[in-house]
Each structure stands twice: as structure tokens, then as C-alpha cells.
Ligand binder design. Structure first.
Ligand SMILES: NC(=O)c1ccc[n+]([C@@H]2O[C@H](COP(=O)([O-])OP(=O)(O)OC[C@H]3O[C@@H](n4cnc5c(N)ncnc54)[C@H](O)[C@@H]3O)[C@@H](O)[C@H]2O)c1
Length: 293
């Protein structure tokens, strides 16, 4: 029998956590949303309300569906509120130690049959699963950003992930209206294994003075027909997340071709993390984005 999911807990109310809570609530799941940062958690419902509002304006969602979805989301300042969830999705910072600490806290409150998923962009699902009390009930459910718009979800089985867990995750992805693709548990899975080295190369192209931010993004939009330039996309993903993924690729595959560009490191050290901090390869503080190089 397929394990049935009614209530979803989301750990991390950043750009991905808000998106995941949004699509789950819109698909009829009850949701509890947690963040370690009280301010972030406080803002999350307004972010989701604004994003749902845009869908209402475009005629994709009715007023009633928006209101019902918002009513299904409860903010949870503590993980104690996860005691009755069927599926807990961790989507906090892309840092293995942080994620392990979250799983260890989660295992203390979750029901024994609850499934744990990580939205990690790159970290080994097998390794993350081994830090829990239920590796067979642990799986990678990797959403794309922005979650309400992007169709794909990568499902990643760790070595111990059970078939029941995999089928429950597959059913969950279908119910939220997304398309699942299955990736093996190798660093950065499929999408980011291909995408992030391209973004890193764009940053090297900038670092070596081959082009400016504007010329690199224009070149890839008009020359390769990408909907967004790679530096614009890096700002959108978050430069800290981009750096973490490159570090996972570099460490995990031990190939110098994955070396994070020093300019990416410098931007992250400056706290210029892209759109979420209002500055990255573009400065977003004015009326329209201005390249920072
Ligand atoms: N940004 C993307 O394009 C993208 C796409 C797919 C997957 N991901 C993955 O999703 C995860 C989150 O990325 P994001 O872009 O939403 O980052 P973000 O910086 O927008 O949000 C992360 C949130 O996690 C919170 N957090 C940190 N530690 C926590 C803890 N111990 N407990 C609870 N909350 C905690 C932070 O306060 C923050 O609100 C990362 O693992 C990332 O790799 C990101």
C-alpha cells in the first residue's frame, strides 16, 4: 500500500521553502512552515500571499483557491509543531552540517512512519540519510526555483531509500502537478551537474575580463537562446547556493574543472548573494538592476 501524505512540514522559509509551502497548500496539503529566523518566518506568509496574488491576476488561480491555500499554511516557530506531519521537507541552507543538525532535531519529534526529504541541490542523499534514524524513509525531492513556475522535480534515492518511500514521493510530486525525473545520487544530481559549471564558467569569463556582466548575459540570451543570462540566473539562485554546489562538485568529483571561481567566492564573502540581499552581479536597489561590473 502506498503511504499517504496529508500534512507536509517545511523547514526553511527562504525562497525555496516559501515556494514549496505555496504549491503544497495550493494542492490541498496542510502545511507547517518553520524557519530558525523569526523575522524570515514572519515575512514568509506575505511573500506567499504576494506570489499567489500574481497567479490570481494571471487567471491561474481563483480568489477562493488563494484564500484556501493561505488558510492551510501554519507558521511553526518550533519543530515541535512537526509531530503530526507525514512528510518533512528540509530546505534550509546548502550546508551539510546545518542540514544534519536539522535532521537530528526532526527525528526527535517526527512520527516513526513519517518520511524525511531534502531539497538539497547537490549534497549526497545517502550521506544525509545516514544522519537520521530512518535512512529507508529518506529521499531527495529537489525542486526548481521559482517553485510555483518550474515544472521539474528531481527525485533522488539514497542507497537505503525504500520503494515505499520512493512511491510516496512520486505520488506527492504528481499531486502537486509537477513532473518527476529520477537522478542517481551523485554530486549535484542532473540539473545542477550541468547548469552550475556553466554559471561558474560565466563568472570566470567575467573574472578574466573576457566580457562585462551585460555582455556575458546578452551573449548567452541572444547567442544561445537562454531565457536568462547566466549571471542573472546566478543572482536568482543565490550566490551562496552556487558556491556551495560548486564546492560539493569539486570535493565530490575531485576534478579541477569544478574549481569555484575566486570572484564567486569574493562576492559571497562580501555578502553580495544576489537578489535575496539586493546585490550580486547586479545591484537591485534602484528601479532597475544595474550591473556591478
Ligand atoms: N535557490 C535555488 O535556486 C534552489 C533551487 C533548488 C534547491 N535549492 C536548495 O534549497 C535550499 C534552500 O535554498 P534557498 O534558495 O531557499 O535559500 P534561502 O537563503 O533563500 O533560504 C534558506 C532559509 O533557511 C533558513 N534556515 C537556515 N538554517 C536553518 C535551520 N537550522 N532551521 C530552519 N531554517 C533554517 C534561513 O533562515 C533561510 O530563511 C538549499 O539547500 C538550496 O541548495 C535552492
Amino acid at each position: 500500500m502506498v503511504f499517504s501524505i496529508h500534512k507536509v512540514g517545511v523547514v526553511g522559509a527562504g525562497q525555496m521553502g516559501c515556494g514549496i509551502a505555496h504549491v503544497c497548500a495550493l494542492s490541498g496539503y496542510d502545511v507547517v512552515l518553520n524557519d530558525v529566523d523569526g523575522e524570515k518566518l514572519g515575512e514568509s506568509l506575505e511573500t506567499i500571499r504576494g506570489n499567489l496574488g500574481r497567479q490570481v491576476t494571471r487567471g491561474l488561480v481563483t480568489d477562493e483557491q488563494r484564500n484556501e491555500a493561505l488558510n492551510r499554511i501554519a507558521l511553526a516557530p518550533s519543530l515541535a509543531d512537526f509531530a503530526d506531519v507525514d512528510l518533512a521537507i528540509e530546505t534550509a541552507v546548502e550546508d551539510e552540517a546545518e542540514k544534519r543538525a536539522i535532521f537530528s532535531a526532526l527525528c526527535k519529534v517526527l512520527r516513526p512512519d513519517a518520511i524525511i526529504a531534502s531539497n538539497s541541490s547537490s549534497i549526497s542523499i545517502t550521506r544525509l540519510a545516514s544522519s537520521t534514524d530512518r535512512p529507508e524513509q529518506f529521499i531527495g525531492i529537489h525542486f526548481m526555483n521559482p517553485v510555483p513556475l518550474m515544472q521539474l522535480v528531481e527525485l533522488v534515492r539514497g542507497i537505503a531509500t525504500g520503494e515505499k518511500t520512493f512511491e510516496a514521493a512520486r505520488g506527492f510530486v504528481a499531486r502537486i502537478g509537477k513532473t518527476a525525473t529520477v537522478a542517481e545520487d551523485f554530486p549535484a544530481f542532473i540539473v545542477n551537474r550541468i547548469l552550475l559549471p556553466m554559471i561558474n564558467e560565466a563568472i570566470y569569463t567575467l573574472y578574466e575580463g573576457v566580457g562585462t556582466v551585460d555582455s556575458i548575459d546578452t551573449a548567452m540570451k541572444l547567442g544561445a537562446n537562454h531565457p536568462m543570462g547566466p549571471l542573472q540566473l546566478a543572482d536568482f539562485i543565490g550566490l551562496d547556493t552556487c558556491l556551495h554546489i560548486m564546492q560539493v562538485l569539486h570535493d565530490g568529483l575531485a576534478d579541477s574543472k569544478y574549481r569555484p571561481c575566486p570572484l564567486l567566492v569574493k562576492y559571497v564573502e562580501a555578502g553580495w548573494l544576489g537578489r535575496k540581499t539586493d546585490r550580486g552581479f547586479y545591484d537591485y536597489r534602484g528601479e532597475k538592476p544595474v550591473p556591478t561590473r
